[in-house]
Design a protein around this ligand. Structure first.
Ligand code: FE
Ligand code: FE
Ligand code: ZN
Length: 295
């Protein structure tokens, strides 16, 4: 049986440009990656260099990458209590999505936001209003709501809140969800002991067809802690067995899986190899050697 390899990768820095992210990803056997389209601390994004983007697109195609999962800046809050913060968030997202048109057919993930004492209802309304202003019908990027840990006043800890946001977006064909394993665990969903039940619940409340990507992180804290502290795979409360189950689950196996663990590039490379071994894949070297001899 020859099934497609896992689409797995990690968060990469844009500091050396887009083509460099592609080569770095290839060097660690990644077949997707995440990156900030804007500086995570905000500020102005450099204009994209068309040659640099074209070189990345070439790598993505020749190396058979899956969909990329860009990440919006953390400072972006579509449901802030301050009008200027909302305005910044909407402009930042619109600019990001415009830049993403140069890499069509990928994902753009964002944290729904923090309602800062306005309450979740107001937060959800503001998030929907922002998305309804920013999304452009026919755009080449699907925007993903990230599941959150429920730290502070974060919106999007429960599947119900995510569903309410999706319900309020006019062009919901442009929307999906990215499930972060550390966040849902910290948010109280037992993806270790009850993965099937959690996915059933997601299916009933949101719809599994909305699930487009995963962030694979272990958690430094116990179930329901609402903390959001990532750990390397196997070094937190989820444990390695959870990730073996997750990568092999029929509802999850084909999705892009992004590591956001704290082990640096060496850690990422090790974790990608580990996840591939969980999925029964050979390391890349032996794959290409087998191809060379016509196996
Ligand atoms: Fe995130
Ligand atoms: Fe995440
Ligand atoms: Zn997180």
């Amino acid at each position: 049986m020859t099934s497609k390899r896992l689409t797995v990768g990690c968060h990469l820095s844009t500091s050396d440009g887009y083509a460099a992210m592609g080569s770095t990803a290839v060097s660690i056997d990644a077949t997707t990656f995440a990156f900030f389209t804007l500086n995570p601390r905000g500020g102005n994004a450099k204009a994209l260099d068309p040659a640099d983007v074209a070189a990345l697109r070439d790598t993505l195609e020749t190396e058979g990458f899956g969909k990329l999962v860009a990440h919006a800046p953390y400072t972006m809050n579509l449901c802030s209590a301050k009008a200027e913060t909302i305005d910044f968030a909407r402009r930042a997202m619109a600019g990001d999505l415009e830049r993403m048109e140069a890499l069509p057919g990928n994902y753009y993930n964002f944290h729904p936001g923090s309602h800062v004492k306005q309450g979740a209802d107001v937060g959800i309304e503001l998030i929907c209003a922002g998305l309804n202003e920013v999304l452009v019908p026919g755009q080449a990027t699907i925007v993903l709501l990230e599941t959150m840990a429920g730290k502070g006043s974060e919106v999007g800890r429960t599947f119900e809140e995510l569903a309410r946001i999706l319900d309020g977006v006019q062009h919901d064909e442009l929307m999906g969800v990215c499930l972060d394993t550390c966040h849902v665990w910290d948010g109280g969903y037992d993806v270790v002991g009850a993965l099937d039940q959690v996915l059933d619940e997601f299916d009933q409340v949101v719809g599994l067809e909305r699930l487009k990507a995963l962030h694979l992180n272990d958690s430094k804290n116990p179930l329901g802690s609402h903390k959001d502290r990532h750990a390397c795979l196997g070094e937190g409360h989820l444990g390695l067995e959870a990730f073996r189950q997750i990568v092999n689950h029929p509802a999850l196996r084909g999705l892009p899986m992004i590591l956001e663990t704290p082990g640096g590039m060496e850690g990422y490379e090790r974790e990608i190899a580990l996840l591939r071994s969980f999925a029964g894949e050979k390391p890349r070297e032996s794959v290409s050697r087998a191809e060379e001899v016509g196996a």
